[in-house]
Ligand binder design. Structure first.
Ligand SMILES: N[C@@H](CCC(=O)N[C@@H](CS)C(=O)NCC(=O)O)C(=O)O
Length: 213
């Protein structure tokens, strides 16, 4: 697709890990996009207007020339196919599968266990339980697995020495406001090395909420 007449809007919220993945991928692909902040702490994702944009009532949603896309993994695959000039997956099928497995460890193995909707639900039954108590065993299991994968396959970044989709998923999973306070990077040395390398790349920089427009 030619990038000259694209209208891309990302529905997101600052510091939250899942929409941050999408924003990193768009920047790595050098695509110009507008951000629209859905205030999650205020519950704007549950409002009628946003539910029509994203029926699962979560961010990210990517709107591209009027078409709405949900789920960061699907968004990643779409961007990789539609804008192949800058590649975020390695060449061989086996290497692609390894990178995707790292993404999925974050997306379906780690993230659901610290999702705010999970806490809202659990709190209906056990009011004095905190996020740490609910999430820690699941987060530790997921990050331990990821650390092993990155020890085996990583270099400067999560997979080898090129930035891939795995970095766009792993970095926000450790640096996002919704999870960073629950996890000590020191427990996962291979992940720590990669995250500290990614701290130097502008595409991974923290989002500023004032840039809505
Ligand atoms: N698997 C989804 C996860 C989306 C997700 O859970 N997003 C969170 C922010 S990190 C959200 O919008 N939570 C609002 C809520 O649960 O009410 C994706 O990768 O797009």
């Amino acid at each position: 697709m030619s990038t000259s007449r694209l209208a891309i809007r990302l529905y997101t919220y600052r510091g939250y890990s899942a929409p941050w993945r999408a924003s990193i991928m768009l920047k790595l692909k050098q695509l110009h996009f507008q951000q629209f902040f859905v205030n999650l702490p205020k519950g704007e994702q549950l409002a009628n207007m946003y539910s029509q944009i994203n029926p699962f009532q979560v961010v990210p949603t990517l709107e591209i020339n009027g078409q709405l896309l949900h789920e960061s993994m699907a968004i990643a695959e779409y961007l990789e196919e539609e804008f192949p000039r800058i590649k975020l997956l390695p060449k061989s099928p086996i290497e692609k599968a390894i990178v995707r497995s790292m993404c999925e460890t974050v997306n379906s193995g780690i993230h659901p266990y610290h999702a705010s909707r999970l806490y809202r639900y659990v709190h209906n039954y056990v009011s004095d339980i905190n996020r740490q108590e609910i999430s820690e065993p699941f987060l530790d299991r997921g990050f331990t697995a990821l650390n092993t994968l990155v020890e085996k396959h990583g270099g400067d970044y999560s997979f080898g020495n090129q930035v891939t989709l795995a970095d766009a998923f792993i970095y926000p999973a450790l640096r996002g406001d919704d999870v960073s306070y629950l996890v000590s990077l020191d427990k996962y040395p291979a992940l720590k090395r990669v995250v500290e390398n990614l701290d130097n790349l502008t595409e991974f920089a923290y989002e500023n909420p004032d840039s809505q427009g």
